[in-house]
Design a protein around this ligand. Structure first.
Ligand code: DGY
Length: 324
């Protein structure tokens, strides 16, 4: 007899215990081989599915939705949901969900770690050591820039931005300035010890500029050649948001010409491909989109995505919807 349970697809390999949980509620098709389906292959997989758990790398847009009329919910295992065409999903009556909050502190930890590794030239100096080039002490060997007491600039002051502000202000005595679509409430600014400035002032005054804003058509290339030219030549740029926020070609050129001191990048415009210019310069720390990657946090993200599917099909509403 055919199962009466809703059918769901898990679009990438995730924790077996979460697959197990989902199997108690749904007829589950898991992707144990972790195949990265293209749009047509994903549409074929979703033909007979009521829901899907995505991981941020699967584009959910009007053509896919038109090809999958049975689909009712897409649960992203990520806080960012720029892989969703939200208006198209809303028009098709498809619920989208994300995983806010559970990754905030872990991602802020990583943002700060990347800032420190970049300012203090940790990976560049490690490569030098591993290559057997370290022969002696020298007064200026891998001399980097100061973190404590410097000016921390934050572009995008949501939950993760606030977490970075707190770390900088409370832990490292940094002066924190930020720019955001809207200004924080006075109590929150006081708690983060952060001052609101316009984008030009942020670019001009930050010693370390951290990007934590959502990727939207408006934030595409928010940091390009013109913005890089406004930054201090001693400044570092840290991107833990989305690759498309930075013009990677312009950044590679600015780094090569030392128009800014260094960059720390966890995300890339065409990831997993990395702009070749970035691979050629020494003054950049590169990591493969791992800011939320601790086992407890990734498990919490997977469980929240699963909870969204379960709540949607059993109670009729999602826990963390991105559209209504
Ligand atoms: C997120 O949650 O948006 C992270 O970038 C992981 O994809």
């Amino acid at each position: 007899m055919p199962s009466s349970k809703p059918r769901i697809l898990i679009a990438r390999r995730i924790f077996p215990e979460v697959v197990q949980r989902l199997s108690q509620h749904f007829e589950v098709q898991a992707n144990d081989d972790d195949v990265q389906w293209n749009a047509q292959q994903l549409a074929a997989q979703l033909q007979d599915k009521d829901g899907v758990l995505t991981t941020g790398g699967q584009r959910i847009d009007a053509p896919l939705l038109a090809a999958c009329p049975r689909l009712k919910i897409v649960a992203n295992m990520a806080v960012g949901y720029n892989n969703f065409d939200v208006p198209a999903m809303t028009a098709a009556g498809v619920q989208g969900t994300n995983t806010p909050d559970v990754l905030t502190e872990t991602t802020a930890d990583f943002g700060f770690a990347l800032l420190m590794a970049t300012a203090r030239r940790m990976t560049e100096s490690e490569h030098y050591l591993r290559a057997g080039l370290w022969k002696n002490w020298s007064y200026d060997m891998f001399a980097g820039s100061e973190v404590h007491g410097s000016t921390l600039g934050i572009l995008g002051m949501g939950r993760i931005g606030q977490g970075i502000a707190r770390r900088g202000a409370h832990g490292f005595g940094m002066r924190v300035i930020y720019h955001n679509r809207s200004r924080l409430a006075a109590e929150l600014e006081a708690e983060c010890r952060a001052s609101y400035v316009d984008k030009d002032q942020l670019l001009a005054e930050a010693d370390h500029l951290v990007l934590v804003l959502p990727y939207t058509p408006e934030s595409h290339h928010a940091i390009g050649a013109a913005e890089l030219a406004r930054m201090k030549p001693t400044a570092t740029l840290i991107n833990i948001a989305r690759g498309g926020i930075v013009d990677d070609a312009a950044l590679a050129q600015a780094l090569a010409e030392r128009r800014i001191a260094a960059a720390g990048l966890d995300v890339f415009e065409s990831e997993p491909a990395v702009h070749p210019g970035l691979l050629q310069v020494p003054n950049v720390v590169l990591t493969p989109h791992i800011a939320s990657a601790t086992v407890p946090t990734r498990l919490a993200m997977a469980n929240l995505a699963a909870d969204n599917l379960i709540a949607f099909f059993t109670q009729g509403w999602a826990l963390t919807p991105v559209n209504t």
